[in-house]
Design a protein around this ligand. Structure first.
Ligand code: TYD
Ligand code: MG
Length: 452
């Protein structure tokens, strides 16, 4: 293959130089130059349709419905926005060992009978892949596997398939470049070539991408703007629960969450995640509050825990896992101004049980209620669920999908729901009692007067 012109691009400031050096001459960043090859005849990502100039009128462009394929894994369908879209490229990323390869192999097993499916394993040997398949109970299936990491050999085969799993994009290497697999140049070159082929041959590609220790450099961040959908695996090591969240989706909602449990035989879907998140809840412990949240299109109940402990430090610690740490600071300031509850001298630890990360301003009331409950040493009532956003003036504001949240709480047998006044709806079909609150001071009072 003909080698193009080689130059070096800084990953920080994107300036290009003809020679490699340890420090970028433009922005002085260290170790940021990586090789790029300019090939003269880069094929366009989309082959032009429309007139000779490639320009067409928006009203003339046909807009047949997007064709989706159900994956056979309903939690995955949910995060994809209803299934796989042919010709789309999905990036699945997450920490090492979280279950990316497992899910990809399970997907290939579900799909191989219906559409031509290829599993490219660049990281593990075919033998290792078969060991995993054995655990999943699918080692007898005729799934096509390509073991290797040459980009060119993958591109040769890709047009024969309708679903291609690439495990992983960082393991691929292109013969056009001399840099190591996983470098910025290699990842970019491989992803661009695969994207081009996928778009032109209506093939759906699931790319696995690692999060590097440093966070971003050669990792998925580089690819996010190129692909159609970005899915991210979440979950903590100690728990079996694994969540997949959509961060970007050109064909569906973002922040949609699919919930799985890692078992001895692969990932299993969790149909009733709220029950799962609350299954280990201990009663009558101060600082534990159940939040009715809404992620994507689904209401979800999770337990928020807070622990306040007298601090020996001049600058007490604030640690927040699963919720926005900035938001915690803001809520503490509001609590300080709007009530007599003093928390300034305490170390504060906040955690959402199950390793899920909550992106929802409606979590404010539960977070603050957990803190108040812990500092007052009064258990929050076990049968109460709450939600609501808190403003800087201490007012409790309404949130979206209040009714869905209330219904989910009632469905799981909670007897009382603490809601913002503007979300107050007397739902006739609901058994739970709905209590409205308007301000932080009222919330403090409520926690004081209604211990478990
Ligand atoms: P894996 O899919 O290899 O993770 P990734 O590709 O994201 O690095 O998953 C590896 C972990 O999952 C490993 O710790 C073993 C565990 N596992 C199970 O618990 N059950 C199973 O059936 C399989 C296949 C893996
Ligand atoms: Mg893997």
């Amino acid at each position: 293959m003909q080698r193009g012109k080689v130059s070096f691009r800084c990953s920080e400031c994107l300036s290009v130089s003809l020679q490699w050096s340890g420090q970028c001459s433009s922005c002085s960043a260290w170790n940021s130059l990586s090789e790029v090859v300019e090939t003269r005849h880069q094929a366009a990502i989309f082959s032009p349709k429309g007139g000779p100039s490639g320009i067409s009128k928006i009203c003339d462009i046909s807009h047949e419905n997007i064709q989706r394929r159900q994956t056979g894994i309903s939690e995955l369908d949910r995060v994809l926005g209803g299934g796989l879209v042919l010709g789309s490229v999905i990036l699945l990323s997450g920490d090492p060992g979280i279950g990316k390869s497992t899910l990809a192999l399970q997907l290939a097993a579900k799909q191989h009978e219906e559409i031509d499916t290829l599993y490219v394993t660049g990281e593990e040997s075919s033998q290792q892949l078969v060991l995993r398949a054995k655990r999943l109970g699918i080692s007898n299936l005729p799934i096509d596997v390509l073991a290797g990491n040459s980009l060119q050999s993958i591109l040769e085969h890709i047009s024969e398939y309708k679903l291609v799993v690439i495990d992983s994009i960082q393991a691929l290497s292109s013969g056009n470049l001399t840099s190591l697999p996983g470098s910025v140049a290699q990842v970019r070159e491989s992803a661009e070539a695969i994207l081009r082929y996928a778009k032109n041959s209506e093939c759906c590609v699931l790319m696995i991408g690692h999060v590097t220790k440093e966070g971003t450099l050669a990792g998925p961040k580089l690819l996010e703007h190129m692909v159609d959908t970005v899915l991210y695996f979440e979950g903590d090591d100690a728990s079996r629960l694994r969540m997949i969240r959509s961060y970007k989706n050109r064909f569906g909602n973002v922040n949609e969450v699919g919930v799985f449990a890692m078992t001895g035989s692969g990932l299993q879907e969790v149909g009733n995640p709220s029950e799962m998140f609350l299954s280990r809840r201990v009663s009558d412990v101060p600082g534990s509050v159940v939040l009715a949240t809404h992620q994507g299109t689904r209401p979800l109940l999770v337990e928020v825990q807070a622990l306040l402990d007298a601090s020996s430090l001049g600058n007490p610690r604030r640690l927040c896992v699963g919720l926005d740490a900035q938001r915690l600071m803001m809520l503490l300031a509001v609590l300080n101004r709007q009530s007599d509850v003093l928390v300034g001298a305490y170390d504060i630890f906040v955690n959402v049980v199950g390793g899920i990360r909550i992106v929802d301003s409606g979590a404010d009331v539960a977070l603050l209620a957990a803190i108040i409950s812990s500092v007052l040493d009064k258990p929050f009532p076990r049968d109460v669920v709450c939600f609501g956003e808190i403003g800087l003036g201490g007012e409790i504001r309404p949130v979206q999908r209040g009714e869905d949240r209330i219904r989910e709480a009632s469905k799981l047998g909670y007897e009382r729901v603490l809601v913002p006044k503007d979300n107050y709806t007397a739902l006739e079909t609901i058994e739970a009692q709905i209590i409205d609150i308007v301000s932080v001071s009222e919330l403090v009072q409520w926690v004081e007067q209604n211990p478990s």
